[in-house]
Design a protein around this ligand. Structure first.
Ligand code: AMP
Length: 584
């Protein structure tokens, strides 16, 4: 096919290869989700609970002593938790919620770093039948307020420094009843703020016995906020049933076997951090490494070596940053245990796939999915040949297609909207209290993903781009509206328009154009002030990397800022149809 510019990477067969994937076409043809359900344990009485599947059932099956979590803190602390430790800790947290009088369905949010307690909180919340909403710890006050306010969260579990960062917005949350603070290893010397609850005190008093777990497969489990083109981010809500797909994709797309030592570098604040940093690995009974610290090429290779990691799931921006530090560095580490490496979140350029072969002895396996799909949908499987630059082939049981605006399928080789036939086990169930927006994502039995792609005649999918204005910076989706809203709160800013500007490492960086109110003059100092203002309100990861002050923003006759035009001008492209532009 024309889209293939790089040589196919042939994968030799190994005894570990899953026979189902070796005969992919036959497996697709005969696939039945009911067979997957046979491999997991429902609750007595037929219920389903994600936490039970990930943790308790391994204890029930006699693997309670197996390490589930090998944690390394940012200060070098090390802690190990077995599946039985996890069961008891999560039971305690479920009892803590019960003790606070929190009812089933209540939203419990975390604003925490990657410490073991976030995992206990997430699974304890799920056992109690509440809905967990993990927030990215690098967020500033505004994104936290918007998400907690929208969800009506009653409980927030956080850490002292993070609590301090968002202190100003906490009184603005009328639904918030309890703030539980985890002072991990006594890292903070400051006393608790008045009214806050001490996590360890609550956990010490709680029983490590909990039951019965009383959720059904359709009960809501996790919500993650995701950005769209317009309006504030919306809460994509999932149900416990998603665990069926997490389990299968862990096994087939990440090639997890029970003897694996697995490392997922995603933060629990994003969906990869919950579906593949919690549910998929633990439902597959592996030992998972959790490293709290941030990116450093040397340290990351050290983690791979120290923990004998066998399966590694990371992201394109991280791989491109590793590439920058050279092909020799990884060779100074013993990575001989590593046997499978995968990537998600943004387009993985063919050079990055191939660099893996040179640097770590294996290609990176790209796969595709998004917050709304809840689990991997398209993947390059361990035993299959890789076409570098392609997202791979659909998971058996998942039926994507390329469609036009009316929901009609387009032929292979033609670009169009990437869509997926409904339903599938981990499909999102609603956007929290925005049913109309949810409904607008479906046409003719298809879910419209917002991505554009093309399928080749062998069924491999190739990513083209987003069909909307959403920006993907280092794998984080950023809604321009959220950034614009933060900027116009500055007294000097009249209007703001935000675009994604191509970047060799992060794929895109956020660039903002602003016009000023009367009485303000453009200056470098003001520009820098605006950058700092946005970073403090949002998060470095989503705040503009560049701000340009211009006299006025291009708008449609109805007053909508034309981001597309800003982008075309920025890139020196044809400005296209400007007939709806504001008249001077
Ligand atoms: P999120 O919902 O934040 O997980 O972001 C999902 C979006 O990231 C998708 O809709 C794509 O635009 C992009 N994305 C995820 N995986 C890939 C991939 N393998 N290749 C290209 N883009 C991807």
């Amino acid at each position: 096919m024309t889209m293939q510019r790089h040589e196919t990477i042939t994968k030799p067969s190994t005894p570990r290869d899953d026979p189902n994937l070796a005969d992919y076409d036959a497996t697709r043809a005969s696939f039945d989700w009911a067979d997957v359900e046979e491999e997991i344990d429902f609750l007595p009485g037929g219920g389903l609970n994600l936490a039970y599947e990930a943790i308790d059932r391994h204890v029930v099956r006699g693997n309670g002593d197996k390490p589930a979590m090998l944690w390394e803190g940012k200060n070098g602390e090390k802690e190990t938790y077995t599946y039985d430790d996890m069961r008891r800790q999560t039971n305690r947290f479920a009892n803590v919620l019960g003790g606070l009088g929190v009812e089933k369905g209540t939203r419990v949010f975390t604003f925490m770093e990657r410490v073991p307690e976030i995992y206990f909180t997430v699974f304890g919340t799920l056992k109690a039948g509440c809905v967990i909403g993990p927030l990215f710890s690098a967020f500033g006050p505004d994104p936290v307020r918007d998400r907690m306010e929208d969800s009506g969260a009653k409980v927030l579990v956080t850490q002292p420094d993070l609590r301090k960062k968002i202190a100003e917005i906490l009184p603005q949350l009328p639904d918030l009843e309890h703030i539980i603070v985890v002072n991990k290893n006594g890292r903070s010397a400051e006393p608790l703020a008045g009214g806050d609850l001490d996590y360890y005190a609550l956990m010490n008093e709680a029983s490590d016995d909990f039951g019965p777990i009383a959720t059904t497969r359709d009960d809501y489990s996790i919500m993650h906020y995701t950005s769209g083109t317009t309006g504030k981010p919306k809460g994509a809500v999932h149900r416990h049933n998603a665990v069926i797909q997490h389990y299968l994709t862990g096994k087939w797309c990440l090639d997890l076997h029970p003897d694996d030592i697995y490392w997922c570098t995603a933060d629990p604040g994003w969906v990869t951090g919950t579906s593949y940093g919690m549910s998929a690995p633990w439902t597959n009974g592996v030992t998972q490494v959790i490293y709290e610290g941030g990116f450093s090429a040397r340290k990351w290779y050290q983690v791979l070596e120290d923990y004998n990691v066998t399966v590694w799931y990371t992201a394109p921006t991280a791989i491109r940053m590793l590439m920058k530090s050279g092909v020799e560095l990884p060779k100074t580490f013993d990575l001989s245990n590593l046997r499978f490496a995968a990537s998600v979140g943004e387009p993985l350029n063919p050079e990055a796939v191939e660099w893996g072969v040179e640097a770590i002895g294996m290609p990176f396996h790209d796969n595709w999915w998004q917050t709304e799909t809840g689990g991997i949908m398209i993947a390059n499987y361990a035993c299959m040949d890789i076409r570098p630059g392609s997202m791979g082939r659909p998971l058996p049981g998942i039926n994507p297609g390329i469609i036009d605006a009316d929901g009609n399928e387009k032929p292979d080789g033609t670009e169009g909207n990437l869509a997926v036939r409904t339903p599938w086990p981990s499909m999102f169930q609603t956007y929290w209290q925005q049913q109309e927006r949810y409904d607008s994502r479906f046409v003719n039995g298809w879910y419209i993903t917002g991505d554009e792609a093309v399928r080749d005649s062998d069924g491999y999918y190739w990513f083209i781009g987003r069909s909307d204005d959403v920006i993907n910076t280092a794998g984080h989706l950023v809604g321009p509206f959220e950034v614009e809203s933060a900027l116009i709160e500055h007294p000097a800013v009249a209007e703001a328009g935000v675009i994604g500007k191509p970047d060799p490492i992060a794929m895109e960086v956020v660039k903002a154009f602003v016009s000023l109110k009367d009485g303000y003059e453009p200056s470098d100092e003001l520009r820098r002030e605006l950058m700092g203002f946005a970073r403090q309100k949002l998060a470095a990861a989503v705040a503009p990397r560049e701000i340009e002050i211009i006299p006025g923003l291009p708008k449609t006759r109805s007053g909508k800022i034309m981001r597309r035009l800003l982008k075309a001008r920025e890139l020196g492209l044809d400005e296209g149809d400007t007939s709806t532009l504001e008249e001077d």
